[in-house]
Design a protein around this ligand. Structure first.
Ligand code: SAM
Length: 237
């Protein structure tokens, strides 16, 4: 499957995303550092802090990938806390187990998670919203497993609106990232899809509306790096 734009169904998109991450798991972390000019750690740290978790808390990292955000969460909850990462891609999870062995990992789909209601103090998802087949369902699941009053936090790339930066960003995402991705991973389509998917995300206001539809209250957002990245959050009810 090599389609990068336009899937015939949400299920086809999900299958493509699954196969894509299986293929790029080995170069995912290095590519993130290169593509983000090393800013990705600071973006994930902001998301981890926004969860409001404290030492001893339990927190869920949805679509945990190679564990980059998982390890930030672990440093916040400490040894007495519990961090669970869930992802549907075995190859990404096996990297997570190496990179952040202190967390627990579950292979599964975030649209149907095997956790009881109210079992975490917060849940978070980093750089995966673009890839999830049904974002509102994902928000509902993330809210369901969090105790009332706990935070649900979403971090993803976005589209800057500042003139000049907006054009440069588009050029970088559409041309440089696919070129670097192909050199590093050996596959041409994954980084074309990942770049293209940034332009398919609904505007931030619509994402906030979807979070409210999932019964999250006090939803809000914060742009980072000139709007190239956005952090969304809401409170479980
Ligand atoms: C761009 S990576 C983000 C990984 C990590 N959160 C980070 O900050 O680097 C997206 C991850 O989402 C996972 N994923 C996408 N859709 C999923 C779903 N429906 N259920 C579980 N994992 C999913 C992929 O396997 C991949 O590991």
């Amino acid at each position: 499957m090599t389609a990068i734009s336009g899937f015939s169904s949400p299920e086809e998109k999900e299958q493509y995303v699954h196969s894509l991450f299986s293929r790029i798991a080995g170069c995912y972390d290095t590519m993130n550092k290169i593509m983000s000019f090393n800013l990705d750690t600071a973006w994930r740290k902001a998301a981890a802090v926004k969860t409001g978790v404290l030492p001893g808390d339990a927190v869920l990292d949805c679509c945990c990938g190679t564990g980059a955000l998982t390890s930030q969460l672990l440093s916040l909850v400490g040894e007495k806390g519990r961090v669970v990462g869930i992802d549907f891609c075995k190859e990404m999870l096996s990297r997570a187990r190496e990179n952040c062995p202190g967390a627990h990992y579950v292979e599964g789909n975030v649209l149907d998670m095997p956790f009881p209601d109210n079992s975490f103090d917060a849940s978070v998802m980093g750089f995966a919203l673009r890839n999830v087949r049904d974002p509102i369902k994902a928000f509902k699941e993330m809210a369901r497993v969090v105790k009332p009053g706990g935070k649900v936090v979403i971090l993803d790339l976005s589209r800057p609106s500042l003139p000049v930066f907006k054009q440069l960003f588009r050029l970088y995402v559409n041309h440089i990232i696919p070129f670097l991705g192909a050199r590093k991973s050996g596959f041409t389509d994954p980084y074309k899809y990942l770049a293209h998917s940034i332009f398919l995300l609904p505007p931030p206001g619509e994402i906030l509306d979807s979070m409210a539809q999932a019964s999250l209250k006090d939803t809000n957002m914060q742009e980072m790096t000139g709007g190239a990245v956005v952090l969304f959050w809401g409170t479980a009810t």
